[in-house]
Design a protein around this ligand. Sequence first.
Ligand code: IMP
Ligand code: MG
Length: 178
Amino acid sequence: MKTVKLHNKTFEVFIAETEISTIVHSMANQINISGIKNPLFIAVLNGSFLFAADIMRKINIPNCEISFIKLSSYLGTESTGEVNELIGLGQDIKNRNIVILEDIIDTGITLEKIILLLEKEEVNDIKVATLLFKPEAYKKDIEIDFIGKSIPNDFVVGYGLDYDEIGRNLPHIYKLKE
Ligand code: IMP
Ligand code: MG
């Protein structure tokens, strides 16, 4: 399938399944040789479910663990405004070496919120691994330790990424057709 139609928009293949696989294996190798001890991988749902499943099969660090979180926001009091919380962190992560698994980092706003919330749990170290990165959109100065592929500021779907909740099941990554 060279193009797909999702809602009212047409998307074309941008990163084929075989290239995704190469990118994921190469990142797994970098993480394997990075020297991180007893890592706790934390995959950010929903977008990173396929990336997390594929990369974990190539991680060979002894005693590694994986957990899944979701960032949710709710309205606090007038003074606190929008408040974010991590859903799914059902364990004590104090002193752990965390590796965040993200599908895509765009402005970096989500990443910054997640890191702030994880730091409150007194973790030892946080590394960030993202499949895709949009350098032109990135507004933060948090260092990203492992980047699969840097892409232009285009909207992409597939391999976990959605367009209004659909398209996550597509094996390739597609971009909006001009
Ligand atoms: P942020 O701007 O870095 O906070 O990215 C926020 C979230 O927007 C990401 O975690 C994705 O869920 C979503 N997102 C950003 N860019 C894209 C895209 O190109 N396709 C689909 N989702 C995206
Ligand atoms: Mg996401």
